[in-house]
Design a protein around this ligand. Structure first.
Ligand code: SAM
Length: 204
């Protein structure tokens, strides 16, 4: 049985619920930013504090992660985040209006290191094309990974991704991104001396 999440920042959701009315939920019409796979929420807690002008949706299908994320957010009293337990694609399909996101953030998604499992990776050219339909013109997409092969793959295919402009040019990826908070997984790998691969593009 799932441990119930009683935080006021948690948005319980059944499959057949109508799409949330984000401006009513947040009490303002600030632009929406989505973090896919928020884990235990250390990144979103920092990011939301840095950007009070954005409304953040923190998404993960891991219940304990959502609970930890909410506890962290509740402790610091942030009000510009809502946390949902859901799978990214089905959530976006059901709850995000077309061309409404100002930013999409994906940090250290599961790397599926075995060659035969790589097709399970969340981020690929099809997923970015799909996301693009939910992003405003001028919206940012951030990808960060500790896994070299994943980082190089995303950096390489994004160069040819229609409708996006590289924000790190002339580099296709970097190992530092000033002002971008460090997540739990990033910290873990940085402490081991392993670099993070950052990719940052903007929708035309
Ligand atoms: C390796 S962890 C990284 C967590 C966090 N982003 C960090 O950097 O510390 C990946 C997280 O993404 C979540 N996740 C993976 N695929 C997902 C999907 N399709 N929809 C929602 N969450 C997903 C997992 O449950 C897990 O919490």
């Amino acid at each position: 049985m799932l441990i119930p999440n009683t935080s006021p920042l948690f948005l319980p959701r059944e499959d057949d619920d109508p799409a949330p009315q984000w401006d009513i939920l947040f009490g303002n019409d600030h632009p929406l930013a989505l973090e896919i796979g928020c884990g235990v929420g250390d990144f979103i807690a920092q990011m939301a504090a840095l950007h009070p002008d954005l409304n953040f949706i923190a998404l993960d299908f891991y219940n304990k992660g959502c609970i930890k994320t909410c506890k962290r957010l509740d402790k610091v009293g942030l009000t510009n985040v809502r946390v949902l337990r859901a799978e990214a694609r089905s959530f976006i399909e059901a709850c995000i209006p077309p061309e409404s996101l100002q930013a999409v953030i994906i940090n250290c998604p599961d790397p599926w290191p075995k060659l035969r499992h790589r097709k399970r990776r969340l981020v690929n050219t099809e997923f970015i094309a799909y996301l693009s339909g939910f992003m405003k013109p001028g919206a940012d997409v951030y990808f960060a990974t500790d896994f070299e092969d994943y980082g190089l793959d995303v950096a390489a295919f994004m160069v040819d991704q229609p409708g996006f402009v590289n924000q790190l040019a002339p580099d296709t990826y970097r190992h530092t991104l000033p002002g971008y908070p460090v997540s739990k997984y990033m910290r873990r790998f940085l402490e081991l001396g392993q670099p993070i691969y950052y990719v940052h593009y903007r929708k035309l």
